[in-house]
Design a protein around this ligand. Structure first.
Ligand SMILES: *[C@@H]1O[C@H](CO)[C@@H](O)[C@H](O)[C@H]1NC(C)=O
Ligand SMILES: *[C@@H]1O[C@H](CO)[C@@H](O)[C@H](O)[C@H]1NC(C)=O
Ligand SMILES: *[C@@H]1O[C@H](CO)[C@@H](O)[C@H](O)[C@H]1NC(C)=O
Ligand SMILES: *[C@@H]1O[C@H](CO)[C@@H](O)[C@H](O)[C@H]1NC(C)=O
Ligand SMILES: *[C@@H]1O[C@H](CO)[C@@H](O)[C@H](O)[C@H]1NC(C)=O
Ligand SMILES: *[C@@H]1O[C@H](CO)[C@@H](O)[C@H](O)[C@H]1NC(C)=O
Ligand SMILES: *[C@@H]1O[C@H](CO)[C@@H](O)[C@H](O)[C@H]1NC(C)=O
Ligand SMILES: *[C@@H]1O[C@H](CO)[C@@H](O)[C@H](O)[C@H]1NC(C)=O
Length: 837
């Protein structure tokens, strides 16, 4: 009888606790037991006990309630797991949250704040921001403790990342030990105020990446960061605190910043349709992000052509040329022998687009302007360089460096100008040397005797327009594909002018294992000539395998074409080929894997389109321009892609564009300008009229496709989607609006209002110029690059663009063609039409 009563009692208890899970609060009478879940008011977050993947240990944590993949954002007992499911999180008599086992007195974790006399008003609540807060009185505005003050590896929107100067508390992120263990790992990511305020990523006590100081728009080491459509970023630096807060403008979007177990900081956003987190920014990225990678007075330039990313700052030379030669730059640089500062005629060399050196040894005066800053630096012989402190709103404040300048690097976009003190001789060198490569060289001169600045600027512009000299360091591949596949066992290395092409020949068995025998779940998509699979090599490297279908149009010829071509092309806006696999009828190309798929999956998608704000789209457009420019004229060969389209522009984890799919590319001799082909290949909607109708192709056919792509990126619509207006396709639609001065109405609605109208109009103008009917009217990619980077130039008035769909009769193969015209599903499939002459 007694037993039955106690069973009934426990049943009632269970019912009671089940009932309690609908709440978001912990009270004296409502603890959280293992198995219970608290859900926040708006149902965004949940709190309860969980086990990480591959572990049976129990932890108290907070995770996203609506995200299907378990994503823990905060853990209480990080280093003190409970080994069975008897844990209980409750409020104790001192008004603290305490985690213990129901049978044991041992405390696994507690909030540990000073207790209260009267604990009647004590409670804890999980807020919809993911913050667990503790109240010890009736005032609900005051938290006596909050989980946002003790972040784990995740910085959520609304969390004040940074330092409370009054209490000394630093809200930083610390990595998990491993994916199965949320214990405090070796990496930490934090704001530091010791010498100057900077953002740092540490491994143990060693700095591995410096986010740098706040420059108004963002951190000096995060040039991509800006206010944008998704986020509202607030930075505060006053006597009370230094803090950075991200807010999401749309509360139904989940975004988080995570310091992961491999020491990378990544910001990702949950994409519900794809059921995965999409990473759209991460750091550190390249070698130049490695803290002090090139040593004191070194300059890291990842975009430099040639062998080694390390350079010395102007006026400096390697301390140990031998080590430097062996690619060890840790010794850094020293002032060039025989040069001295504080002499007649000295001045400053400007480095553009850089991350300024570590400001630990720098001085900041916010009330000085750039000119005063220069004067201040010049007057003090120990001053080595200066820069503007806050680059927003035209620039304000002055930073001056004394002593060693470390961790300086260049960026392709963003960054700021940094001025380095050099003597008269060095200054003269920089003012007479023409820049090596117009849009890459970050050197500009600011002399003391201001020698006709205008002259220099016009010189730069001339260099820009002029075709680049052939004597730029270029790679040459002597080994042609015809030298037989057999001779290429293992991997072959080509070394010319120091650049390597390391192309690997993969075994069929390796690829079968990596792709799980080409399983359907690994299939990424269908390309023009076969299927693409995702794979993972034994060493963990992810790859994309393009398996050419046996009956496809891509025969041995296209295959060798693509392999030899891409092996020679290396550019950060082109997809990198890792190797190939060739076995009887099987032909496969192995590429680097890019997690974000094609540009088409973003711009033509209502939801994912929001991830690309205008700034990002503009960067993508300029990236494509650089990639094409490289193909058309910067690489040793003149290459015409012939199938440029949104789905052939892949995005890497940072959403940088990479042009892919060279199966149809044509190599031109340097003296050849156009050619006629009997096989018209390409994709409807992107083909220039002269090419589609006459088989005539030149670089201008790529320019045409590029123009279409630009208009698609701006409008978020495919060229051949139909319109209510009288226009046949996007080009016609844009042209009609352009003539009525209403071009901005075509802008993708997912961009909202957060864009620079002048920039968009410039891009539309350039886009229309690129799709003009007559190939000779269209600009070259060099012209396009110039137009996009010099907004003040007067652009030509466009002539009538080509409406290929209105006029085109595809001749012999008219059934296929007409079926394709209206059918969006085949739009992205490349086609091959034999042109009947
Ligand atoms: C889980 O553990 C097994 C065996 O220790 C291991 O093979 C597997 O890779 C682990 N999985 C994860 C996701 O860590
Ligand atoms: C749970 O584990 C603890 C040791 O961590 C042990 O003392 C306790 O007896 C266990 N409880 C149960 C119910 O197994
Ligand atoms: C928390 O408790 C531990 C041991 O009980 C003590 O050493 C520590 O100072 C306490 N921390 C705070 C912030 O009260
Ligand atoms: C950004 O957030 C701050 C703090 O909530 C607010 O004051 C400000 O108005 C917001 N700015 C924009 C542009 O939404
Ligand atoms: C917020 O995002 C959701 C889903 O991404 C979208 O449906 C909704 O329209 C957005 N709301 C606003 C105000 O932009
Ligand atoms: C950490 O983040 C980087 C950058 O996003 C990613 O490449 C890597 O796979 C992540 N590592 C883990 C263990 O999640
Ligand atoms: C900053 O410069 C101004 C103007 O030269 C000067 O009055 C002020 O003392 C300087 N502040 C500091 C902190 O050096
Ligand atoms: C130069 O600057 C350093 C660092 O600010 C300072 O210690 C030194 O006194 C200055 N020298 C002169 C001559 O102003």
């Amino acid at each position: 009888m007694y037993q039955a009563k106690s069973i009934l009692q426990s049943l009632l208890m269970i019912l009671f606790f089940r009932f309690s899970i609908s709440t978001d609060s912990i009270t004296l009478t409502q603890p959280v037991k293992d198995g219970d879940v608290l859900v926040s008011g708006g149902e965004s977050f949940a709190l309860g006990f969980f086990s990480p993947r591959n572990s049976s240990n129990r932890y108290v944590g907070i995770w996203y309630n609506k995200v299907s993949e378990q994503t823990v954002v905060w853990v209480a007992n990080r280093d003190h797991p409970i080994t069975n499911s008897t844990g209980i999180l409750s409020l104790d008599e001192t008004g603290n949250l305490v985690l213990r086992e129901s049978t044991q007195p041992f405390v696994f974790w507690s909030t540990n704040v000073s207790g209260v006399e009267n604990n009647n008003d004590v409670s804890a609540q999980l807020l919809d921001s993911g913050n667990l807060v503790l109240f010890q009185g009736q005032n609900r505005e005051v938290y006596s403790w909050q989980s946002f003050d003790h972040p784990s590896n995740t910085i959520l929107p609304g969390l004040k990342f940074g330092i409370d100067k009054k209490t000394g508390m630093n809200r930083m992120a610390t990595s998990w030990e491993s994916s199965g263990n949320p214990g405090i790992g070796e990496y930490s990511f934090k704001i530091e105020t010791s010498e100057s305020t900077q953002l740092f990523l540490y491994k143990g006590t060693t700095a591995v990446w410096r986010g740098g100081s706040w420059t108004g728009h963002g951190w000096s080491g995060v040039p991509e960061m800006t206010q944008n459509y998704l986020f509202n970023v607030t930075y505060t630096d006053n006597n009370d605190e230094v803090a950075l807060v991200y807010l999401i403008r749309n509360s139904s979007i989940f975004s988080r910043l995570v310091l992961n177990e491999s020491g990378k900081v990544e910001r990702s956003t949950w994409h519900d349709a794809d059921r995965r987190w999409i990473v759209f920014w991460s750091a550190p990225k390249d070698e130049c992000d490695g803290y002090n990678h090139c040593g004191p007075f070194g300059l890291c330039d990842p975009y430099k052509s040639g062998t080694f990313e390390c350079d010395c700052l102007p006026g400096y030379e390697p301390r140990s040329p031998q080590d430097w030669y062996l690619r060890d730059a840790s010794g850094g640089c020293k002032r060039k022998v025989g040069t001295e500062v504080c002499k007649e005629g000295e001045g400053f060399v400007e480095l553009a687009r850089v991350k300024v050196p570590d400001t630990s040894t720098a001085r900041v005066n916010m009330s000085l302007g750039l000119e005063a800053c220069k004067g201040l630096c010049l007057r003090n012989c120990t001053c080595m360089g200066y820069a503007v402190a806050d680059i927003s709103g035209g620039g304000r404040g002055c930073v001056t460096w004394y002593g060693e300048m470390i961790d300086t690097r260049t960026y392709s976009d963003g960054g700021q100008s940094f001025f380095i003190r050099v003597d008269a001789e060095e200054l003269a060198k920089y003012s007479t040397n023409k820049p090596k490569s117009s849009h890459q060289n970050p050197f500009v001169i600011i002399g003391l005797p201001v020698i006709a600045a205008g002259l220099i600027i016009s010189m730069l512009i001339c260099c820009y327009i002029r075709k680049k000299k052939a004597n730029q360091s270029k790679r040459e591949i002597r080994l042609g594909f015809s030298d037989s596949l057999k001779s290429m066992e293992g991997s072959f290395m080509e070394k010319d002018f120091g650049e390597n092409v390391d192309l690997h020949v993969f075994d069929l068995s390796t690829i079968v294992a990596a792709t799980d025998n080409f399983s359907f779940s690994n299939k990424l998509g269908e390309g023009g000539f076969g299927s693409v699979y995702k794979g993972k090599l034994l060493n963990g490297q992810e790859i994309a395998v393009k398996r050419l279908s046996q009956g496809s149009g891509q025969g041995m010829h296209e295959f060798t074409n693509e392999v030899t071509l891409i092996a020679k092309l290396q550019h950060r806006n082109l997809v990198r080929l890792l190797g190939y696999c060739f076995h009887k009828e099987e032909k496969m190309l192995i590429y680097e894997y890019l997690p974000n798929k094609g540009l088409d999956s973003f711009i033509f998608d209502q939801e994912k389109g929001c991830l690309l704000d205008w700034k990002k789209r503009f960067l993508i457009i300029r990236g494509i321009v650089r990639g094409l420019l490289y193909l058309h004229q910067d690489s040793r060969l003149r290459i015409i892609h012939r199938d440029l389209k949104a789905s052939n522009v892949l995005l890497d984890a940072d959403l940088n564009p990479k042009i892919s799919d060279f199966g149809m590319a044509k190599i031109f001799g340097s003296d050849q300008d156009q050619a006629i082909t009997r096989r018209v290949v390409g994709t409807y909607g992107y083909m220039s009229p002269e090419y589609a109708m006459e088989g005539l192709f030149s670089v201008k056919s790529d320019v045409y496709s590029f123009g279409i792509l630009v208009l698609e990126i701006i409008s978020g619509r495919k060229n051949n989607s139909y319109y209510l207006e009288n226009s046949v396709n996007l080009v016609g639609h844009v042209w009609d609006l352009w003539k009525q001065d209403k071009a901005l109405t075509v802008v993708d609605s997912s961009l909202g209002d957060a864009y620079d109208a002048r920039e968009i109009l410039l891009c539309i103008h350039v886009g229309i110029l690129c799709v003009q009917e007559s190939a000779t009217d269209r600009p070259t990619m060099t012209d396009v690059a110039f137009m996009l980077s010099n907004r003040e130039t007067q652009l030509p008035t466009p002539n009538q663009p080509a409406y290929i769909f209105r006029q085109l009769n595809y001749g012999t193969d008219s059934t296929t063609a007409s079926a394709s015209c209206g059918d969006g599903s085949v739009y992205d499939r490349s086609i091959t039409t034999v042109y009947a002459r």
